[in-house]
Design a binder for this molecule. Structure first.
Ligand code: FE
Ligand code: FE
Ligand code: ZN
Length: 280
């Protein structure tokens, strides 16, 4: 069975979040370790974190992903903005040490006029400042749509960041289907070709997780707007092939689609597992 879940909120506590995941038959999920827009983070409750880990081990729901706040810019020109990103990510990794052996996904940032090369160097330097041999998390660079001056919209840029890391074994890649499609990689008509390009540039063994989102905008639009599975330009058939692809089927898959409530995710999880679902 594929390992699939969705983005969840820990607002009612960590254990409650794990139970939410179970209620939609997810066997992985993703969450924020703090307010996704800002730096505010409540003190982590160790007992609650341990209770969640106990549940996840017992019900075979590991690994899970934590997502860095999406407002951070690890390659910002202003020192202050970059330092803020470093501070928040370091604190997130400390929090994630209560959930050992899992993933920390982040957006590589926007170079805002500095050029992609400078962006790549700055993001790599920031990641180097975070990674130590005793960190149990694997840090994942997310593939981006290439919107505005985002870096990570090409596999080459992701590879360039990874090459500059001092501890590359502590880092991997999370492929977001909406983002790569918007960036111009045709996962609908040539999934094998795209995975071949990924393997040539980065190495397929570095691919550790997937964000499974349909795209509101067409191939190469460079617009990052997620759609529910089957309601965008990627389409259900492409997703059914993707989740069963031999190179992908064992990776944790996270839905970040726009849904009103958890039942929407329950339905998408069933749909992608090939189960009968009402009113498609
Ligand atoms: Fe993301
Ligand atoms: Fe994503
Ligand atoms: Zn996105």
């Amino acid at each position: 069975m594929i390992r699939i879940g969705c983005h969840l909120s820990p607002s009612k506590g960590y254990l409650a979040m794990g139970k939410d995941a179970l209620s939609i038959r997810a066997n992985t999920f993703q969450f924020f370790l703090r307010n996704p827009r800002g730096s505010k983070a409540k003190p982590l409750e160790e007992g609650d974190a341990d209770a969640l880990m106990g549940l996840l081990r017992e019900r075979d729901m590991l690994p899970i992903l934590a997502h860095a706040p999406y407002t951070l810019n690890p390659c910002a020109k202003e020192e202050r903005v970059k330092e803020f990103a470093a501070m928040v990510m370091a604190d997130d990794l400390l929090r994630l040490s209560h959930f050992p052996g899992n993933f920390y996904n982040f957006h590589p940032g926007s170079h805002v006029g500095q050029g992609a090369e400078a962006g790549v160097e700055k993001t790599a330097a920031l990641v180097n400042s975070l990674l130590t041999p005793d960190i149990s998390a694997t840090v994942l660079i997310e593939t981006m749509a290439g919107q505005g001056s985002e870096i990570g919209g090409t596999f080459g840029e992701i590879a360039a960041i990874l090459r500059l890391l001092d501890l590359p074994e502590k880092a991997g890649v999370c492929l977001d289907t909406c983002h790569v499609f918007a960036a111009g990689y045709d996962i609908v008509n040539d999934l094998d070709g795209v995975l071949g390009l990924f393997d040539d540039a980065i190495g397929i063994h570095k691919l550790k997780a997937l964000h499974v989102n349909d795209s509101l905008f067409p191939l190469g639009s460079r617009k990052d707007r997620h759609a529910p599975i089957g309601k965008g330009h990627i389409g259900l058939d492409a997703f059914l092939r993707l989740v069963e692809h031999p190179a992908l089927k064992d990776l944790p898959m996270i839905l970040e689609t726009p849904q009103e409530d958890l039942s929407g995710y329950a339905r998408e999880i069933a749909l992608l597992r090939g189960e009968a679902v009402d009113n498609l």
